[in-house]
Design a binder for this molecule. Structure first.
Ligand code: ATP
Length: 227
């Protein structure tokens, strides 16, 4: 797959190398995501999902192997180039929303765009459109503390998509919500991802949610295998 949006080849990651507590978390992990492909990542707690997502999203580096984003080799790139690739092409969603508490829902989706050089008026238009798309048009001026857990996470989805990334990486994106809300909000996320045509790698402990994706992989002794 030469046109993969994300390609990991032989990615290996150890913590505390050479020490008695050395741990090999990833041991030759391979995956390629085609454009528009939505892949679930399941693994037991501590198996290395967050480590894998951080390396795929260029927030951390591998000890061996390569990471390509849109065909560009990122593993050996300098920090500045990795940051540029990440800002231009990757969106993140975490289990906790990490919204800025002193800013409104709208501002939380506007600010990352302004940081990327988008003019305020255009950023506000895009933020309104995104928040409207997931049913939050009546919550634009609410601060995170004035929103429900599901609403907070939906704002975080819009923030992740604010700069129109090619790749979405999500780490238990609804893991902090009660089961019913989690199901609803997960469907909203998948609709948003599919409407946008993004490629996504979404970690979840929930096998029912994973089954909604195009395919599912799991971490097995540091490698990615079909689940
Ligand atoms: N910075 C670090 N230094 C040392 N060990 C680390 C570091 N980050 C992660 N680890 C270890 O690597 C292993 C994988 O951690 P990781 O957070 O990737 O797991 P996970 O699959 O995301 O778990 P969970 O589902 O519980 O979030 C764990 O044993 C963890 O203790």
């Amino acid at each position: 797959m030469s046109d993969a949006v994300l390609r990991l080849s032989g990615v290996t990651k150890r913590f505390h190398p050479g020490k008695p507590n050395e741990i090999t978390v990833l041991d030759g992990a391979d995956i390629a995501l085609a454009r528009g492909e939505v892949v679930g990542l399941v693994a037991p707690s501590g198996a290395g999902k967050s480590t894998l997502l951080h390396i795929a999203g260029l927030l951390d580096t591998a000890d061996a192997g390569s990471v390509h984003v849109l065909g560009r080799e990122a593993s050996g790139a300098r920090d500045r180039e990795r940051t540029r690739l990440r800002r231009a092409h990757v969106g993140f969603i975490y289990q906790f929303h990490h919204l800025l508490p002193e800013f409104s829902a709208l501002e939380n989706v506007v600010l990352p765009q302004q940081a990327n050089g988008v003019a305020k008026a255009a950023a506000e238009d895009r933020a309104r459109a995104l928040l409207g798309q997931i049913g939050l048009e009546a919550r634009l001026d609410h601060r995170p503390a004035e929103l429900s857990g599901g609403e907070q996470q939906r704002v975080a989805f819009c923030r992740a998509l604010a700069n129109a990334p090619d790749l979405l990486l999500a780490d238990e994106p609804t893991g902090n919500l009660d089961p019913e809300t989690s199901d609803q909000v997960f469907d909203i996320l998948l609709d948003l991802v599919r409407d946008t045509g993004l490629s996504a790698l979404i970690a979840t402990h929930n096998h029912e949610l994973a089954a909604k994706m195009d395919r599912v992989v799991r971490l097995d002794a540091g490698r990615l295998v079909a689940a």
